[in-house]
Design a binder for this molecule. Structure first.
Ligand code: GLP
Length: 244
């Protein structure tokens, strides 16, 4: 297996190493397409990219972005929409062209139309050069939950109770406020990215990291398919990699 594992000391070190890989991509190909992710894990990576941008070492003016997923039915302006998350953590802080930012539109309640539109957007920009990913405790990537077929493009998913539970910390700790559905890029689209970079940190990810990358490839653990990707890099801190 061809996957590369980079061991980082701690969260800060993981974030720096991941940001390094992303900036190398932007420097090699200034008009690259970056697939971006939300969640707690990549926040430090974005922070590092913003620091380097502020120092004049990075230029996002020609970069296009496509995000993995968005909650269905949450207004953009909601502070926990992935649209808001991305603007707060990256887009508002660097010189990216707003016209080059793409996310699924959670406010379009016509799921079929929205998923088709988003697949077309990804196709039109020429596919993804580098896809950044986190990993859910059940092995989900984007919002591709266990048990889904590997071959899907963008689709609408019902979030698993565990995912709602894990994400309620962002919604006043109240799971009734967490959206129950999301639009997500499919596994097929993620696998078609030319390079895939996953960040994982903390003890609570150790078990799933082991299962996903040292266990069988199965839709029950969506991230496990990345074992088959020709250019997959996992950057983990000591705790997340402690069982492998
Ligand atoms: C959410 C996101 C995923 C993310 C996961 C883990 O479900 N849709 O993209 O990887 O959470 O988040 P965290 O990094 O906060 O553990």
């Amino acid at each position: 297996f061809r996957m590369k594992i980079i061991r980082a000391k701690d969260y800060y070190d993981m974030s720096r190493k991941a940001a390094n890989i992303i900036s190398a991509q932007v420097i090699m190909k200034p008009n690259c397409v970056l697939g971006l992710a939300t969640g707690g894990t990549p926040v430090g990576t974005y922070k590092q990219l913003v620091d380097w941008y502020n120092k004049g070492d990075l230029d996002f003016s020609e970069v296009t972005t496509v995000n993995l997923d968005e909650y269905r039915g949450l207004p953009r302006e909601h502070s926990e929409s992935y649209w808001s998350f991305m603007h707060r953590n990256l887009f508002d802080l660097v010189n990216i062209n707003p016209a080059s930012i793409n996310l699924p539109d959670g406010t379009n309640m016509d799921a079929e139309a929205e998923c088709a539109r988003y697949d077309y957007v990804i196709k039109r920009v020429g596919g993804i050069d580098l896809q950044l990913l986190g990993i859910g405790h059940d092995g989900h990537i984007g919002f591709n939950e266990p048990g889904e077929a590997f071959e899907l493009g963008t689709h609408c998913v019902d979030l698993k109770p565990e995912t709602i539970e894990a994400n309620k910390r962002f919604f006043e700790g109240n799971e009734d406020l967490v959206p129950k559905q999301a639009y997500t890029m499919g596994i097929k689209t993620i696998m078609q990215a030319r390079k895939v970079l996953m960040v994982a940190n903390g003890k609570d990810k150790a078990e799933i990291v082991k299962k996903a990358f040292f266990g069988p490839v199965t839709p029950e653990v969506p991230a496990s398919i990345l074992q088959m990707h020709p250019d997959f890099i996992l950057v983990g801190d000591e705790e997340a990699l402690s069982l492998i």
